[in-house]
Every structure is written in structure tokens, then in C-alpha cells.
Ligand binder design. Structure first.
Ligand code: SAM
Ligand code: SF4
Ligand code: FES
Length: 336
């Protein structure tokens, strides 16, 4: 889509925009909603992003780090339950070295007979590190660009530039990993133009997976006084993202469900096609609060599956337990 087309679509009332996006999602992805098991492995972080509840300077956080065996136990349980993708996420924790993550990926592949897809999300790394992870069996890497406004980006990410984030995303693609990215909406300092530029950058990155998260101010961060923007902004962004990237796997995010009890359903009806039940051990879920009001803290992710099945059905869609790889890989396998 051209910038002009994005601008025109962004002006549409939500009730006109979301059915268009939903129709595109049905055309490319059918009625399937892929489930991914999310594991929040560590809340230690060397970074200090102003928006994030587990930023380095938040001394109130009770820090934890899952051991290799703890992660493997969650994966084995999830695999037996039916999950075929595991999203392992955390802060930029210096103790989770590339060697540690690579060896973890190898062991996950061993224990799941190579059948489980692994998505990692531990922030910015070097090309060599992404290559090592890909070689060890990682399939995908998630790293949002957060905001396409370079000035805002550098301010909110404590001096880290948008250019360096985009460079790291290029390295992810070059390493052979499937590329996941995305952005938050409703950040303080954002304008209507930021949304247009977020969608244009998402298109340029041509991401295989892309998430939109409503920013939710955390009381123990410098952005505690920011005004919460309505969920509709995130729904509009989801619909525009779907229209920009029809092939992209787009999650209905936990942040949307935390801001609005029907937030995830609204995202599914606006073009999203992925849900990520949080299968982290319940005792640690409350310590991974990027924002307040996070849902499903007291339930195991396995309990969430039946709840999510109902939510998915309520918008006329159905669960898929497939790996749900990037569509470009599927298209390539047709050719070969
Ligand atoms: N540390 C890695 C990184 O930053 O890429 C991965 C984990 S990080 C906690 C995952 C995502 O949480 C970030 O990309 C950001 O978009 C989101 N996030 C952080 N703080 C948030 C907040 N206050 N509201 C909504 N989303 C938030
Ligand atoms: Fe660390 Fe990611 Fe939070 Fe930034 S968003 S402080 S990199 S966990
Ligand atoms: Fe977790 Fe409903 S999705 S309890």
C-alpha cells in the first residue's frame, strides 16, 4: 500500500475499516487462529526503556530467572498439551548468553523430535548471535521496533536509536530467522502521523509476524502520568497492519485483553490471527508486569486455552494447533 492509501484508510470509521481487514485475514489465513505458548523466562533486564515495568531502574520488581530445566519442563508440558510453537521471551538478561539460548534451542528440538517451532524474544543482538541461534534450531525472532518516530524512539528507549533497532531487524532476517516486529500505540508524544509511519515501517520491514500493543502506563516508570489512550486506537492499528501486510501473522495481544475485557476479540475481528496463552509457571507471572492490570496472572496458560477457544469461537474463528510458519515459507515449499 502507498502512504496515500494508508492515510485514506486511517480516516475510515472503525466499523468500515475492521470488516475490510477481517476479510483480508480470512482470505489469507482462513478461519484458523494459531496458538503459541508464551514463556516469560526472565525479568532481569540491562535496558531501561521508559515505558516498561521491568526496566533496570525499577527496584520494586522481584527479579526471577527460569533455569534451563524449568524452561524445558514447561516446553515438554506444553508440547504434550498440543502446542507446536513456543515463544520464549524476556528482558536483555546478561546471564542468558547466546550459548545458553543456543543450547536451550538444541535441547527443545531434541525433546520435541524437531516438531516444535521456537520463537525467541530477548532484544537486540549481533548478526553472529542471531546466526548461532538459527543454527541451533531457533525458527523465529520477535523484536518490536516500538515506534517509527526516531526522536520519540530514542527518548523512550533511553538513548537507543530507531536506526539500530532496524539494523538488528535486518540482521534477524539475514540470519534466516523468521522476522517478528511491531509497535505500541498511544505512547506519550505520539501523533496521528506516528501511526501512519508505524504502518509504513511495518510494510518496509515486511515482517512475517507483527504485534500491536496498546501502551499501558506503569506506575513505577517515568511514564506513570501518561494518559491511557482508548483501545480503539490499537484496533485501528491492527486493521491497518493487516491491510498493509496480508500474509503477516498478527497476534491479538495480551495488552489489548488487559486494557479491555474484549480487546483480544476486537483484534481478532480486525485482522489478527494468533493468540498466545501465557504458559509461564503461575508463581512467576505476577513478576513479569510490563504494565499494570495484566490478565491471566492466576490461571495457568493451559486453563486459558479453553477460555480462548470460546473467545475465538465468539468471533466465528477456530483454534489451530499447527506451527503456523511464515506464509512465505509455505509458498516456497509449494514451488520446491
Ligand atoms: N526485552 C525484549 C524487547 O524489548 O524487545 C522483549 C521483551 S519486552 C518486555 C516485550 C514488549 O513489551 C516490548 O517490545 C514492548 O512493546 C512491550 N511493552 C513494554 N512495556 C509496555 C507497556 N507499558 N505497555 C504495553 N506494552 C509494553
Ligand atoms: Fe528490557 Fe524489553 Fe523492558 Fe526494554 S522493553 S526494559 S528491553 S524488557
Ligand atoms: Fe486466560 Fe481467559 S484467556 S483466563
Amino acid at each position: 500500500m502507498t502512504e496515500q492509501e494508508v492515510r485514506a484508510l486511517a480516516q475510515l470509521p472503525l466499523e468500515d475499516l475492521t470488516p475490510r481487514a477481517h476479510a483480508v485475514s480470512l482470505e489469507y489465513h482462513g478461519t484458523s487462529v494459531f496458538l503459541r505458548g508464551l514463556i516469560e523466562a526472565t525479568n532481569h533486564c540491562a535496558q531501561n526503556c521508559l515505558y516498561c515495568g521491568i526496566r533496570r531502574n525499577n527496584a520494586k520488581v522481584r527479579r526471577y530467572r527460569l533455569s534451563r530445566e524449568e524452561i524445558l519442563a514447561i516446553v515438554e508440558r506444553g508440547f504434550a498439551f498440543g502446542f507446536r510453537t513456543f515463544v520464549i521471551q524476556g528482558g536483555e538478561d546478561p546471564c542468558y548468553t547466546t550459548e545458553f539460548l543456543a543450547s536451550l534451542c538444541e535441547e527443545i528440538k531434541n525433546r520435541t523430535a524437531g516438531k516444535a517451532a521456537i520463537t525467541l524474544s530477548f532484544g537486540t543482538k549481533s548478526l553472529a548471535a542471531y546466526r548461532d541461534l538459527a543454527r541451533a534450531g531457533a525458527d523465529r525472532y520477535l523484536m518490536r521496533f516500538e515506534t517509527a518516530d526516531p526522536v520519540l524512539h530514542e527518548k523512550l528507549r533511553d538513548g537507543n536509536s530507531l536506526a539500530s533497532r532496524i539494523k538488528a531487524l535486518d540482521c534477524i532476517r539475514e540470519s534466516g530467522l523468521q522476522v517478528g516486529s511491531g509497535f505500541m500505540v498511544g505512547l506519550p508524544g505520539e501523533t496521528e502521523e506516528t501511526l501512519i509511519q508505524n504502518i509504513m515501517l511495518a510494510g518496509r520491514i515486511n515482517m512475517d509476524m507483527g504485534g500491536v500493543g496498546p501502551f499501558i502506563p506503569h506506575p513505577d516508570t517515568p511514564l506513570r502520568c501518561a494518559v491511557q489512550k482508548p483501545i480503539e486506537l490499537a484496533i485501528r492499528a491492527t486493521a491497518l497492519l493487516r491491510l498493509m501486510l496480508p500474509h503477516c501473522h498478527i497476534p491479538a495481544t495480551t495488552a489489548a485483553g488487559s486494557l479491555d475485557p474484549l480487546g483480544r476479540e476486537k483484534m481478532l475481528a480486525a485482522g489478527a490471527n494468533v493468540l498466545m496463552p501465557n504458559i509461564t509457571t503461575v508463581e512467576h507471572k505476577k513478576d513479569y508486569q510490563l504494565y499494570p492490570g495484566k490478565i491471566c496472572i492466576d490461571e495457568s496458560g493451559f486453563q486459558c486455552v479453553s477460555c480462548q477457544a470460546m473467545r475465538i469461537a465468539s468471533v466465528g474463528l477456530s483454534i489451530s494447533w499447527d506451527r503456523g510458519d511464515a506464509l512465505r515459507l509455505k509458498e516456497r515449499s509449494h514451488v520446491w
